[in-house]
Design a protein around this ligand. Structure first.
Ligand SMILES: [Zn+2]
Ligand SMILES: [Zn+2]
Length: 282
């Protein structure tokens, strides 16, 4: 497990370590780890979503404010021109603001339509789409989430959408699968639903947007007790917490990791720039 989570060593790194010279073949990099508008607006933690490279599928999930900047500043380098997939779990601005600039990168060097965008119906509604028509025209496939719907992504990767419940907007988590590679999933912004243990049971690695320290009935976000309850039932080998509020950041990454780790699951709180080898020793 020691080699499983590697920090890229950038200036926002919470765990330090020397810069890596190259990325693993299959990995995720946390471009940002901020949750809530307050953390986004102060940039106490960066926003920008998750870069992933998995079985030939290369893209960004929830490209919020600064996603492009975080990509261009990344060490080792990343390039928006390499992207072939963009995924929005929902339309909120901290998850979607850089969608169009990254779509511009994805389609820049292609004379033909290129790439895949997966988003919710209400993110692409006529008259209020977060994906500009100008950008959409250059994209090969625009796909919509549906509960249990399997979307074929580049490189033979599949994405299973999992319905969430989040402040009146359509929101979906995703489980990614590819033959021969570990299955990994993302629990996005949502209240805790009874369907989650079953839907995420196959995940070897689970990224969780755990925003709150304690549950608050008005807020459709996962809290620490929600995450503890889930990890008592499902047992990913690695659970990574992101999308943290100020309160959770004040509580501290080490305490979060300790509270969520079990005999079967190593838990970590993500730092900005954290790189996770999806094929590392699990
Ligand atoms: Zn949201
Ligand atoms: Zn959010």
């Amino acid at each position: 497990m020691k080699n499983k989570v590697k920090d890229s060593g950038d200036e926002r790194s919470a765990t330090g370590g020397s810069p890596e010279t190259k990325y693993p073949k299959n990995f995720i990099r946390f471009l940002g780890t901020a949750g809530t508008r307050f953390v986004m607006l102060s940039q106490r933690r960066a926003t920008g979503g998750i870069w992933f490279s998995y079985g030939g599928c290369l893209g960004v999930i929830d490209p919020g404010p600064g996603s492009l900047v975080r990509i261009c500043e990344a060490v080792p380098p990343l390039s928006p021109i390499d992207i072939n997939t963009l995924i929005l779990t929902h339309r909120h601005i901290d998850h979607s603001s850089d969608l169009n600039v990254l779509a511009e990168g994805m389609t820049l060097n292609s004379a033909e339509r290129r790439g895949c965008v997966l988003l919710t119906e209400d993110s692409s509604a006529d008259g209020d789409s977060v994906l500009l028509k100008f950008a959409e025209k250059k994209i090969e496939r625009v796909c919509r989430h549906g509960d249990g719907r399997i979307t074929a992504l580049p490189g033979g990767v599949t994405a299973e959408s999992v319905r969430h419940e989040h402040h009146g907007v359509q929101c979906y988590g995703v489980v990614f699968r590819k033959e021969g590679l570990p299955t990994w999933g993302l629990l996005s912004d949502t209240s805790a639903l009874p369907s989650f243990p079953e839907r995420y049971s196959e995940c070897d690695i689970l990224v969780m947007n755990v925003t709150m320290l304690l549950p608050r009935s008005r807020l459709d976000h996962l809290s620490m007790p929600d995450a503890v309850s889930l990890l008592e039932v499902i047992h990913p080998k690695l659970a990574i917490v992101t999308h943290m509020s100020s309160m959770l950041l004040d509580y501290g990454p080490e305490r979060i990791a300790k509270a969520l780790s079990t005999e079967r699951t190593k838990a970590v709180a993500a730092s900005d720039g954290l790189v996770v080898n999806l094929e590392g020793p699990l």
